[in-house]
Structure formats: C-alpha cells, structure tokens
Write a protein that binds this ligand. Structure first.
Ligand code: SAJ
Length: 423
C-alpha cells in the first residue's frame, strides 16, 4: 500500500475514529469527516469524545504525525471508509439506512475512476449492491466493479477493548472485484495483525449479522434455561459452568436483557429481509422479555407498600460508559409504569435517557436494590454501610456478580436471577 494514498473516513464514532487514528498512525494520509461541527472542532483540539482504553494515545500520536485532519465536508480521496450509524426503527423492527444513504450521496459527486468505497457499518443483506451502488451509478455516472468498487469490511471490535481487537482480530474484506479486494487487504494490513479473508460483499454482510445473531440466540437460550432453573431447585450459573465443561458446549450467560447497539439490533437486520427467520425472532423476544422478568422477580419479593427501587448500573455491559439500548431503560420504565420511584446509579455512564443519582442518594430508602450491570466497582461496595441507607434489605443480582455471603451477613435477602435454590 502506497503511504501516499489518501483515505477519507466518514463518521467519527466508536469505530470510525479509532480506524482513522490507526491508519494515520501507520503512515496513511487520513481525513476524518463528521457532520457534527462541534465534534470536529473538539477533535481538532485533541479531545477524545468517548471512553475507550488506548484511544487517546493513538489519537494523539496520529495528530502529531500530521497525517490526520478533521473536517465536516467529504474531500476527494482514493479510499472512502463509511462508518456511520445504522439506527434501528423500533416500530417496524427494521434498519434505518438514512446515514448510509447520505454518506453515499456526499461521496458520489467526488467519485473518480479507481476509487474504492469501504462500508464498515453493519447493514442488512444486499445493502452494498442494492442501496449504495445505484446511488453512485446515478450521480457519478460510473460503472460498478469496473470504474469504482464498493467493498464491505464489517467492524468486529468489542467496545471496551476496541483498540486491541481492531488490530488483532481477523477481518473480512467483501469485494465483488478481486483486484479491488486485494487493494483493501493491503490498506487494512497497514494496522491489522490478524488474518484478513477475501470474500464477496453479500457474504461479508451476512457473516457480520450471523456473528451477532449467534451470540443473541445463545444468550436467549441461557435466559430460557435461567427461567427453567428458577422453577426448579437449580442454580443456572453452576449448571452452565458444568455444561460448558463439555468440549463442544459453550452456553452464554443469562442476564437482565441484551443491550448495546449490536447484538440487540443486528438480528432484526436478518429478519427484515426474510420470512424464514423464526428462531432469530423468538430469541429476540426472549431477550427483550428479560427486563419484565426482572421486574416480576423483584416485585414478588418486595414487602407490601414498597415504593422505591434502585438500579445499580445502567451501562449495557460492565466497565464501559455506554448505555445504548441498555435493558436498564426498560426496567426503569416498567417500574415507573407500576407506580414505583425508580432510581439509578452508574460508576461510568454520565448521560442517559433518565436522571442518574449519586450512589448514596440512589440507595437512600430503597426497598430493593437491583444489580443490572456487573461493573467491577460494585464488588467494592460495603453492604454493612448500605444496610443503614436502604429501607428494606433486598438485593436482586441479575448477573451473579456480588459476594452474596457478605451481603447476607449484612442482613440482605438475596435473589440471584436464574437461581432456583432458596437464598
Ligand atoms: N450478554 C449477556 N450474556 C452473555 C454475553 C453478553 O447477557 O453471555 C449481554 C451483555 O450484557 C450486553 C449484550 O449482551 O448487554 C451485548 O454485549 P456483548 O458484550 O456480547 O457485545 P457488544 O454488543 O459489546 O459487541 C458485539 C461483539 N460481537 C460478538 O461478540 C459476536 C463485537 O465483536 C462486535 O464488533 C460488536 O457487537 C458490533 O459492533 O457488532
């Protein structure tokens, strides 16, 4: 890959920004583009817009190298990397491709022969050929796979560990023209240390959705097992760990629901194009029902006249500040609909759809505490001190995360999701 190649990265979010920084740090000339002028202005000052371990350092060195600049308008480039959000429309359970369309339209007038557009965003099957290519052909008057190429390289990094996974994970390059695919492989080889596999765009689109759907269906199975264990004298956490001793079994873990902008959404991108996806739909419904299960579990154990419930953790997963699609939102709403004063605390999340409280304020006079997110810091709580703040000593641990002996010694009744044994 010629180090003089110019790459425009469109969308400077959780994936676009790390990509832009890594490409620039490795010698490519990179322009980071975002429609949010405030974000661009703040990035120019070297500010890091979200928590991601290691991102600050890479960003700093990329900016210092002089290879990375930020703008609000797409420039001409050799490679255009599209890393924009693909929101989910709850009412229709379908994808909203408006950002993919508008990014495509902003590139199209600049498209020249030999250009390669790389789509990183997760999309429903056939988006490259049915959505992006027609826009380019119409506006740029160029021919797909001859004059220009649309290649799908879905991101696979794990939020919270993005900077390592983006470098060390294997990647897929989905290209409908082998030469273009090889050029993209070379571009990614500038920073990827995992293996890079070539396939076509349709396969890459489907594989990305299959990966996240596999995880969602597996979690749904764990959640169903948890409910069955609750009806029996079984602790699902012990049962899953024993089942997973089998060399060909890998059951995931139950919990209060599946959050984040990937696993809870991507399976719907498969169902939107296929009538056949019944198992995938069923899994989505099982996982979406978990907040209601948590509410039922809690209310069945709270004394009459209980008023306040406190959620510990609203992030969708541990030790991150990301609350997108978190099951905590649904748990809060369900309690509020039932007339409860539902409060929430989180060590990492700063802003979400509802107000967050400082720890002691959240705990004060609570009738039930519900551990929703297994942040490491919750393990350090002192249950004896908390016992003095709450009104009723009831702890619902939806992640089997806390030291239950310690909490029981402080006088708490403990109910662990998926544990049918008396606790
Ligand atoms: N969860 C469970 N039980 C489990 C594992 C997870 O209930 O056993 C829940 C988590 O609490 C969380 C949700 O699932 O609410 C999703 O979290 P996650 O940690 O499984 O995944 P994400 O959404 O942070 O990232 C996923 C990853 N995909 C896979 O592992 C197949 C990541 O590699 C992708 O890059 C990312 O989606 C994406 O952007 O698509």
């Amino acid at each position: 890959m010629s180090k003089t190649a110019h790459v425009a990265v469109i969308g400077l979010g959780y994936m676009g920004l790390p990509m832009a920084a890594l490409l620039a740090q490795n010698g490519l000339k990179v322009t980071g583009v975002d429609i949010d002028a405030d974000k661009v202005a703040s990035l120019k000052t070297g500010a890091v817009p979200f928590d991601e371990p290691g991102l600050g350092e890479v960003l700093e060195s990329a900016i210092k190298s002089g290879n990375l600049t930020f703008v609000t308008k797409v420039p001409k480039a050799d490679f255009f990397i599209v890393a924009v959000p693909t929101p989910f429309v709850i009412s229709t359970r379908t994808s909203d491709l408006s950002y993919v369309r508008s990014a495509t339209k902003s590139i199209a007038p600049l498209l020249e022969k030999g250009n390669i557009v790389i789509l990183e965003s997760t999309v429903p099957p056939a988006t490259c050929t049915n959505v992006m290519v027609p826009i380019f052909e119409e506006i740029a008057h160029l021919e797909n796979t001859k004059d220009f190429h649309v290649v799908h390289c879905p991101e696979r990094a794990f939020p919270g560990n993005t900077m390592k996974e983006i470098v060390f994970n294997d990647r897929m390059v989905g290209a409908d023209n082998v030469e273009a695919g090889e050029k993209v492989v070379k571009l990614y080889e500038s920073f990827v240390q995992g293996s890079i596999y070539l396939t076509n765009s349709a396969t890459a689109e489907m594989v990305k959705l299959m990966e996240n759907t596999y995880r969602d269906v597996n979690i749904a199975l764990a959640n169903e097992f948890a409910k069955i264990a609750e009806e029996n004298d079984v602790n699902i956490w012990e049962a899953i760990s024993l089942a997973n001793k089998h060399p060909r079994v890998n059951v995931h873990l139950p919990g209060p629901g599946v959050g984040g902008h990937c696993i809870a959404i991507d399976p719907w991108f498969l169902t939107e194009t296929s009538e056949r996806a019944s198992l995938i739909r069923a899994a989505r419904h099982i996982n979406d029902d978990m907040p209601m299960h948590v509410v039922r579990l809690t209310t069945s154990l709270m004394p009459k006249g209980s008023k306040r419930v406190t959620l510990l953790g609203v992030a969708y997963k541990p030790d991150v500040d990301d609350a997108r699609e978190t099951p905590a939102t649904h748990i809060m709403e369900l309690f509020r609909q039932r007339g409860f004063d539902a409060r929430a605390h989180d060590f990492h999340v700063k802003h979400t759809d509802f107000e967050l409280h400082e720890l002691d304020e959240a705990l004060a006079d609570a009738d039930a505490l519900i551990l929703v997110t297994h942040h490491a810091l919750y393990k350090d709580l002192d249950p004896r001190r908390i016992a003095k703040l709450v009104r009723n000593r009831l702890l619902i641990d939806t992640r089997n995360h806390l030291d239950h002996k310690k909490w029981a010694e402080a006088g708490f009744t403990i109910k662990v999701l998926g544990n049918g044994r008396a606790s």
